[in-house]
Ligand binder design. Structure first.
Ligand code: XLS
Ligand code: NI
Ligand code: NI
Length: 437
């Protein structure tokens, strides 16, 4: 039985199309900057929002109509749901999906039972991957929903909860490997604190590092070669999440000798919650060779939480693609960690949401590629720093001078040469021109 009988495979129809079930910009085989759009964008559907999101909020229960889902926690329902999900991925022409262990399979009453449930559903996932050619971008473990994780998982005060979390990640790594997952993600969940009066921060961070080292060791042991990723987020559910932003994550990884094994999965809504633009977080990770993947969504700047909306703003997608083109994305992807609003409760809304955001990223990709090809921003950046290209700049940059020598020079000159304009407004106008094209 079809889960989406009213939808056939979504096709590219071009910018003039007014068919809401067609792509206007995402043309998978079109070559942009030397690669197809499909290769650049690596679009990924998230299982948790799209197939487990109920639409509940703190003020009311679920609203979503999902006729293929009987609402039970049975393995059979989980398998039916998986088949509906693959019908969706296939019709949307999404090459990848991503999941948490607990999204795809229900928890049992013991760890053993839970693992068996996961194996049963993973079998169906494997078959559906075979049938459709859709691949797994990444797997992860949900170590925040179950009440046992109230104090965190790797940073909990309860040593047995730490051990449970280790067992859970071990299994999630095995399943991710079995399904050919290209990455494995750690989002901090409840790794953080609510109150420093009851928290030994140093001890918790030492434990977190121990946990990551064990994950790296186990991946090696089973031959999992996917990229490990950490997903920064500053707050929610805890008041302070340890992986608060790209800089905090990189500092942690460096301090505990983990930089060789991890990159970052940067999420737009988390960047803005941290008080940064997405472009800032991407650039910060990219310049340190740590840009791994993105969780593509957007927040509502008037609301102070992770609203996880689908991104449709061309400025945001163009800025994002500018940095992704600069540093490259594979084996990461553009993962739609986004949910339809609870008022958009019909199955068809899932298509509208994904199609719109895929188009917005494809549009952003084209604009960004043109900006780069024509050097529209970069040649002005080069110009802005051109004073550094002379003798003096070279000497400073290569470490061949000293305060005393620089003092002598400035005493002789009396003052520095006049500054040039930053031209921000001009550059903003130039950026706009690439969105007009
Ligand atoms: C929550 C995170 C989560 C991760 C996966 O805010 O974005 O969805 O991406 O655990
Ligand atoms: Ni995310
Ligand atoms: Ni999030």
């Amino acid at each position: 039985m079809s889960a989406f009988p009213e939808v056939s495979k979504i096709k590219y129809e071009g910018p003039d199309s007014d068919n809401p079930l067609a792509f206007r910009w995402y043309n998978p085989d079109e070559v942009v900057a030397g690669k197809t759009m499909k290769e650049h964008l690596r679009f990924t559907v998230t299982y948790w929002h799209t197939f487990r999101g109920t639409g509940s909020d703190p003020f009311g229960g679920g609203t979503m109509q999902r006729p293929w889902d009987d609402g039970s926690e049975s393995v059979e329902n989980a398998c039916n749901r998986a088949r509906a999900a693959f019908e969706f991925f296939e019709k949307l022409d999404a090459p990848f999906y991503a999941f948490h262990d607990r999204d795809v399979a229900p928890e049992g009453s013991t760890l053993k039972e839970t693992n068996a449930n996961l194996d049963a559903v993973a079998k169906v996932l494997g078959e559906e991957q075979q049938r459709t050619g859709v691949k797994l971008l990444w797997g992860t473990a949900n170590m925040f929903s179950n009440p046992r994780f109230m104090h965190g998982a790797a940073t909990t005060c309860n040593v047995e909860v730490f051990a449970y979390a280790a067992a859970q990640v071990k299994k999630a790594l095995e399943v991710t490997k079995e399904l050919g997952g290209e990455n494995y993600v750690f989002w901090g969940g409840r790794e953080g604190y609510q109150c420093l009066y009851n928290t030994d921060m140093k001890r918790e961070l030492d434990h977190l590092a121990r946990f990551f080292h064990m994950a790296v060791d186990y991946a090696k042991e089973i031959g999992f070669t996917g990229q490990f990723l950490i997903e920064p987020k500053p707050k929610e559910p805890t008041k302070h999440q340890y992986d608060s932003d790209a800089a905090a994550c990189l500092n942690f990884l460096r301090a505990y000798d983990l930089t060789d094994h991890f990159k970052l999965n940067i999420e737009t809504n988390h960047a803005t919650l941290a008080g940064h633009e997405m472009m800032h977080e991407l650039e910060y990770a990219g310049m340190q060779d740590a840009l791994g993947s993105i969780d593509a969504n957007t927040g509502d700047l008037l609301l102070g939480w992770d609203t996880d909306q689908f991104a449709t703003n061309y400025y945001l997608t163009t800025q994002t693609m500018l940095v992704l083109l600069k540093y490259g994305l594979a084996p990461g992807g553009v993962n739609f960690d986004a949910k339809v609003r609870r008022e958009s409760f019909e199955p068809i809304d899932l298509f509208y949401a994904h199609i719109g955001s895929m188009d917005a990223f494809a549009r952003g990709l084209k604009a960004a590629a043109n900006i780069i090809e024509e050097g529209a921003l970069s040649k002005r950046v080069d110009q802005r720093y051109s004073s550094w290209d002379g003798e003096l700049g070279k000497k400073i940059e290569s470490g061949k001078t000293s305060f005393s020598e620089l003092e002598t020079l400035m005493l002789e000159k009396g003052d520095a040469s006049p500054n040039t304009s930053g031209r921000q407004e001009l550059l903003e106008n130039i950026f706009n021109r690439y969105l007009d094209k």
